[in-house]
Design a protein around this ligand. Structure first.
Ligand SMILES: [Zn+2]
Length: 263
């Protein structure tokens, strides 16, 4: 049995197929009306009810004019647009519940971001009108930085995050939702070199994400959550000092464990 949503989907597909040709004909209008006549259920709800209303007006004088066919085409395009929006909204709802469901398993014991099944359009920071598609299942973006430097890293690798991936996280994950280093990392928006490698270390009751120092920069970044607040600390291995002279609590032990994991 086909449910209400099934009929709606059939109808939207029918409308889309009519838009594929450049111009609607009176046969198209007739076929559409015929389909609606045979599917009463679909006429009670959007987009069926909008179509029935217009088709009734079109046939009120028993003939179909070019102007009326144009009005029908305008309505079909509006239906297509609305349908795309509904689909996007539904995928956002599904992705948000995935974000919530993941909380129980976070922060992960490995330096790996969990998958969220959604692709989001993200505006370029620098070029007006340019939009990139960010896929949060495996972490991918269509921007030049991502395609040139980050695409070969394994799926879920933290260094696959370009600035647009962070934007997508910001849209989808309300600050404070994800606990521990993973919440701190996704909300930090801190872009790292694609060569950065990561470790997760447990020190006392705290789990930390640590970026290993890379060849040029010699800075290590430490992410965690401490009494509700997301924290990120930087440490220079070259100068042997914490950024802004602000070491985390238990800094010596933390460094010792982190440096032992470097090799
Ligand atoms: Zn990007």
């Amino acid at each position: 049995m086909v449910g209400m949503d099934g009929f709606r989907l059939q109808l939207v597909r029918h409308c889309d197929s009519l838009l594929e040709s450049g111009e609607l004909t009176d046969t198209d209008a007739y076929d559409l009306a015929d389909w609606l006549n045979k599917h009463d259920e679909a006429c009670l709800k959007w987009p069926g009810e909008d179509l029935v209303q217009l088709l009734q007006q079109i046939w009120a004088d028993k003939k179909v004019t070019q102007t009326e066919l144009r009005r029908l085409a305008v309505l079909l395009r509006a239906i297509h647009k609305e349908w795309t929006k509904i689909q996007f909204d539904e995928s956002m709802v599904r992705a948000r519940s995935q974000v919530e469901a993941l909380v129980a398993r976070l922060p992960p014991p490995e330096p790996q971001l969990p998958e969220i099944s959604i692709t989001l359009p993200i505006k370029s920071h620098t070029q007006k009108g340019v939009v990139y598609n960010v896929n949060l299942a495996g972490l991918a973006c269509t921007c030049a930085d991502w395609r040139a430097y980050r695409c070969d890293l394994p799926a879920g690798h933290l260094s696959r995050c370009c600035k647009h991936v962070f934007d997508a996280f910001a849209q989808l994950i309300p600050r404070g939702t994800w606990p521990g280093w993973v919440g701190s990392f996704v909300s930090s928006g801190w872009i790292v070199s694609p060569k950065t490698e990561w470790r997760v270390i447990d020190v006392g009751s705290n789990r930390w994400l640590v970026s290993m120092p890379d060849g040029q920069k010699q800075w290590m970044n430490f992410y965690t959550q401490e009494s509700e607040a997301y924290e990120r600390y930087g440490y220079s291995t070259l100068e042997r000092r914490w950024a802004y002279d602000m070491p985390p609590r238990g800094a010596n032990k933390l460094l010792q464990v982190a440096l032992a994991r470097c090799s």
